[in-house]
Design a protein around this ligand. Structure first.
Ligand code: FAD
Length: 467
């Protein structure tokens, strides 16, 4: 007893486990998948390695950067970022550089873009608009031409709903502080590199992002336990306290008891696991929160290198994937010498045509498109791999907040349950935020463990979730 059970072995859960272990607490991490790392794991296929969509580590939080550097020792590479976007059949630097855009989009489009921007900028200054959707937000800051060319296609591919249905919260978190003015200043003076969206370089473990989770496991064990292929099925609770978990592993069920629980599993799944069940209005609210899913298709090639890019963004609706990365540009050890691989991200909703398509069909279709884009000669293809990633992105659909608040309000009653992480809190967190959230959850548990009776835990969970 006097132990903490952590639901989910992604970066948030493992960071919490690591900090608690260092503080001398007994820790049990339960992870459903055979491998740790959650969204930030690295798949190994023969001698090839790839992330579930390239994961760069960048943070403005010096404490989190120090935590990572100390954990990873000499494993981290500093990788320059160089990305491009395919617009109207041509590749442009990403983020756009004004001179590059001017020469590529043609004078008429560029003038329209700048005029639109000037009008919106003046209007914005006179009276800041009340933006509800991603579309309002972008148009009022960048102008409609820029929105149509640059933001609309990619955003709608990611979210699977029209931009007028995506609420501003995402865009505010994603492109904080970014404006065309900032982008131009950066292009001319290189002065905005501290914005995460525009950072010029990032950290990356030589053997893939999944090494971070593996290193965390090594630090947690042998004092603590990290158990994979252990699926949490039910949370038993009574009187505002979680009493235990029903866990399935290898076809067998068992009950795990504990004093403190930290959940990083998707919020909507957590609510459905409660026993006794949450009230119908809470379950109904949870059913209105959606995640976007993802299918990764990797194509291994008998060629030294295809691109020199970190990412290639593909907003066009005529191409099924949204982004490509070539892991060997991140770290040469992601493929055997003389070989490389391209990794494509197909956004979808689980159960739709993409999600249900056969692996061979997904691979064939991806290779066809990569061939037409001039990236791949089919004779060079050595192998392919398909990985389905459920609940990759919380979808911030206009109106979601009301449902979200209702779920949080209910979960706020559990005094020994901390809820953190990306899917856990339904927030657009990057790895640095997920790590920070895990560390903070562990610190709260350590502080609370100073108190003698569990009934004395009065810190409102709702405030912690929204912190
Ligand atoms: C395509 C893509 C690209 C990204 N690129 C970047 C990037 O470049 N830089 C960056 O900083 N961030 C990036 N991110 C975000 C990053 O992946 C996340 O912020 C981070 O991995 C979230 O960690 P987490 O622990 O909060 O959640 P997760 O990684 O989702 O961990 C939750 C864990 O809970 C487990 N679980 C779920 N249900 C159960 C259950 N019932 N029982 C037991 N275990 C369960 C899951 O298997 C998972 O391992 C990207 C994300 C995606 C999808």
């Amino acid at each position: 007893m006097n132990s903490t059970t952590i639901l989910g072995g992604g970066l948030a859960g493992l960071s919490a486990g690591l900090v608690l272990t260092r503080a001398g607490r007994r820790v049990l991490v339960l992870e459903r998948e055979p491998a740790l790392g959650g969204l930030a794991r690295t798949i190994v296929r023969g001698a090839f390695r790839f992330d579930l969509g390239g994961h760069r580590f960048f943070t403005r939080d010096k404490g989190i950067e120090a935590f990572l550097r100390e954990l990873m020792g000499g494993e981290l590479l500093s990788v320059p970022r160089k990305s491009q976007i395919l617009l109207r059949g041509r590749y442009f630097d990403y983020p756009l550089r004004p001179l590059n855009a001017l020469s590529g989009l043609g004078p008429w489009t560029t003038v329209r873009m700048l005029l639109d921007y000037a009008v919106e900028h003046a209007r914005h200054r006179l009276r800041p608009p009340a933006s509800v959707s991603l579309e309002d937000w972008v148009v009022s800051r960048f102008g409609r031409t820029m929105f149509e060319i640059y933001f609309k296609g990619y955003s709608e591919k990611i979210w699977g709903i029209p931009c007028e249905r995506v609420c501003t919260e995402w865009v505010e978190q994603r492109i904080q502080g970014l404006s065309l003015g900032v982008a131009i200043r950066r292009a001319l003076l290189g002065s905005a590199a501290d914005l995460p969206t525009l950072a010029e370089a990032f950290l990356y473990p030589a053997l893939g992002i999944g090494r971070i989770a593996e290193r965390m496991r090594e630090e947690i064990e042998p004092d603590g336990r990290v158990v994979t292929e252990a699926r949490v099925k039910r949370l038993e609770h009574d009187g505002g306290l979680v009493e235990g978990l029903a866990v399935v592993r290898g076809g067998r069920s068992c009950v795990v008891e504990g004093d403190e629980f930290i959940s990083t599993i998707p919020l909507t799944a957590l609510v459905r696991m409660l026993h006794p069940a949450a009230p119908a209005r809470v379950l109904e609210a949870a059913s209105r929160l959606r995640y976007r899913d993802l299918v990764i298709v990797a194509v291994m090639l008998d060629r030294e290198r295809v691109t020199d890019q970190t990412w290639t963004y593909v907003p066009g609706a005529d191409i099924p994937f949204s982004r490509i990365h070539e892991p060997t540009n991140w770290s040469a050890t992601m493929a055997p010498q003389g070989k490389t691989l391209l990794v494509t991200e197909h956004f979808c909703f689980s159960g739709d045509g993409t999600w249900r398509a056969r692996d061979e069909d997904l691979a064939r279709m991806t290779i066809d498109h990569l061939g037409r884009m001039g990236f791949v000669d089919r004779r060079e293809v050595i192998d392919s791999a398909v990985v389905r990633v459920a609940k990759a992105y919380p979808v911030f659909e206009v109106g979601y907040r009301e449902h979200y608040d209702r779920v949080c309000e209910y979960l706020g009653r559990f005094r020994n349950l901390d809820i953190v992480g990306r899917g856990g809190t339904f927030k657009y967190l990057n790895m640095d935020h997920a790590i920070a959230a895990g560390i903070e959850a562990a610190e709260r548990v350590v502080r609370r463990s100073g108190r003698e009776r569990r009934e004395d835990l009065t810190e409102p969970v709702l405030a912690r979730m929204n912190a």
